[in-house]
Design a protein around this ligand. Sequence first.
Ligand code: SAH
Length: 244
Amino acid sequence: MGKVYLTGAGPGDIELLTMKAFRVVKEADVIIYDRLANPDILKEAKSGCEFVYVGKEDGRHIMPQDEINETIYQNALKYENVVRLKGGDPFVFGRGGEEAAYLFERDIKFEIIPGITSAVSAPAYAGIPVTHRGVAVSFRVVTGHESPNKKESQIPWNNFKTDDTIVFLMGLHNLPMISKKLIEIGKPADYPCAVISKGTTKDQQVVVGTLADITQKAKGIPTPALIVVGKVVELRQQLKWFEQ
Ligand code: SAH
C-alpha cells in the first residue's frame, strides 16, 4: 500500500512549484492530475511514471469527484508513491479535503503539499497586492460559481460591504451577476475591479474596469480567470511588472 501526496501545482508559472512538490513529482510512480496543473510539470517525472488525467474545468468535472476519489484510492493500492497534482493549492477550492478524507476512511497514508494559490499569485503577477496599508486590511477568496438551480445564493453578499479585497474564483461565467449584486449591496458603479486570465503564464491577460463596465470589457477572455474587486486594483498602474 502506498502513500498519496495531495500536491499543489501552483498557478501556472512552473517556477512557482514548491521544492517539496518538485521532489514528490520526481519520485512518483503515478501522477493523477487535472487541467489546471501545468502539464510541463509532468516532464519532471521519472521514466515509467504513469499519468492519469482526471480533468476538471471551472467546477464542472469531466470525472465526477467520487470517481476521482476512488481513482486515487485504487492507485494507492497499486503504487508506492502516488501524486495527486492539483492547480494552485489543493485546499483552496480544490476539493483536496474531500480526497484526503476519502483516503483517511480507507487507512491510506497521505501528505498535503500546499501550493501557491492563484487567488494571491495571479493578482501579484498583475501588480495587484491583495492587501495594502491604508487600502485593504483583509481579503476574501470566494467561489463565484453558483448552481443555477439554487433559489438562494450561497454567496454571503452582505459581507462584502467593506473595502476589503474580494477575489472570486470560478466566477467568470457569472461576472454579470457578480457585478450587479455588488452594486445592489451598495458599492459604487465605478468601483474598481479586474479580471485576470491565465495568471502567471506567458498568456496572462488582465482587464481593468469598474463594476459597471467589467462584463463588457472582459468579454471573450479565456479561462481560467479570476475576478478581483477592490481599491487595490488601482495600485496596478504603478505595480504591473510582469507584462513589462
Ligand atoms: N486550487 C486552485 C483553485 C481551483 S478553482 C488554486 O488554489 O488556485 C479554479 C479557479 O481558479 C478557476 O476558475 C479560476 O478562477 C482560478 N484560477 C486557477 N488558475 C488560474 C490562473 N492561472 N489564472 C487565473 N485564475 C486561475
